[in-house]
Design a protein around this ligand. Sequence first.
Ligand code: SF4
Length: 431
Amino acid sequence: MNEYDSNRISDLFKANGYLESSDSQDISCYILNTCHIREKATEKVYSDIGRLKKNYRNKSKPFVFITGCVAQAENEEMIRREPYIDAVIGPQSYQNIPNILSSLNNKAKKFNLTDFEVIDKFDKLNSLKNSDTNVSAFVTIQEGCDKFCNFCVVPYTRGSEYSRSPEEILKEVDHLVLNGAKEITLLGQNVNAYSYKKKTNLSDLILKVGKNKKLKRIRYTTSHPKDMTDDLINCYKHEKKLMPIIHLPVQSGSNVVLKNMNRKHSREEYLDIISKLKKINPEISFSSDFIVGYPGESEKDFNDTISLIKKVNFINSFSFIYSPRPGTPASRMKMVDIKIQKKRLIILQNLLEKIQIKKNNDKIKKVEEVLVENRLKNQTQYFGRTKDLTPVILNNIGDDEIGNIIKVRIDKCDKKSLFGRKYSSEREVAA
Ligand code: SF4
């Protein structure tokens, strides 16, 4: 979502006469779009600004904007601590950037825009065309969260659940497809909680998006198990463009920990969703997020997570040691010893890696459908993804294949990626 937001912020600046620059030695405005999910994000902001200050010691200072969830969480405190900052702008206030830009000449003024103005935000952003030209593009359809997991800051930094209108979303999808997108990922902090005026939910929206004839693939992320409704599960039967991988964070396989986290679902309910989806399409894969060493996590709780991972066979997953976020209920709970946390993380990540390597190895000598996204920096190879999002490095194609779904014979793999070449005949596969 931060990638999508960064693009939209860039669109706002461009509409006001600015150009994007990758040379931070010669800029008139510096924007740091931040994420608050992990610890140390705030300190990283200050060290980045420290570097910037050094670069501009003998030059006129660029305007400095801090956007995103760190800005939202820390707001005025940031300007107090670091007067080099000109504006802190929360994720629901980007639409005000043009107003700030027109006031920038008054250099003494500082801006703190951290109110939740999500309706105003999308109303204003809707009128600005999304300039993304990637083959695989993002569209935010929902923001915020009402779930209040005990470890998470999102309900405080992004506000309560809000869904954009289907008309505006479809307009943005059509525009991105005209720009060259062949794959759309529908985004939301709680994407499957999407509900527009209780008339259109995520499954309705997916079917509507799928009607765009030039669009080839649809994905959505991130989902909450509680909102994995039967109509959404059934969508995998009806919409062939919907890719067979679901990122469904479980965080822990232990009912005790799930309750302590206020996740609002049990291990059994989670596994029930997996089996319903597998019944509809046995090829569906699952990825997840795991928090290791959550306050109160016992050895048995941790082993429950390990057994869940073995049961579901997750791929492409994310795992972290629990990191307390200030102000959340979990931050007041007793921490698990860091040595135990680290030991458990290694065990869990080794298991996830083993499953990933096996899944990648299973694809060797097979033919996969790959959407070619771009040419790599080395200029000779190309990058694409399989249906289950695994990265593929390709050798024997040219620019004319960018944006196409091609059949690829997989020759080898490493931990993260597959390596292959365009498949042209049955004989070649057998060879
Ligand atoms: S559902 Fe996700 S975004 Fe919402 S509070 Fe829980 S972890 Fe945070």
